[in-house]
Design a protein around this ligand. Structure first.
Ligand code: ZN
Length: 82
C-alpha cells in the first residue's frame, strides 16, 4: 500500500506491507529495501469480474508466502541492475 506526495503523483512517500503492516524504508521517493509490488487485473472468467487489485509485500512476507508454494519460484540473476 503506497501513499504519494500530493503534488507529485509518482513521488512515493510511504509504503506499507499489506500483509504484516510494516512500514518500509523510503528515502527521497525511493524504496530502500526489498518489496514486491503486485498488480492484478481479474478478467471476465474470474469471480472478481473486472476488479483491479494492488498490494505490496515486504521481503519477509514474500519469503513466507513462497515457502508454501508446491512449485518453487524460478530464479534468475540479473547482472545489470539500475
Ligand atoms: Zn510484511
Amino acid at each position: 500500500m503506497r501513499k504519494y506526495e500530493e503534488k507529485k503523483e509518482n513521488q512515493v512517500v510511504e509504503v506499507y506491507c499489506n500483509c504484516c503492516g510494516k512500514k518500509l524504508a523510503v528515502k527521497d521517493g525511493m524504496i530502500m529495501e526489498g518489496v514486491l509490488p503486485v498488480t492484478a487485473f481479474w478478467g471476465y472468467f474470474s469471480e472478481k469480474d473486472g476488479e483491479h487489485h494492488t498490494f505490496d509485500l515486504c521481503e519477509s512476507c514474500y519469503d513466507k508466502w513462497i515457502a508454501g508454494f508446491q512449485i518453487p519460484v524460478e530464479k534468475k540473476i540479473e547482472n545489470e541492475m539500475l
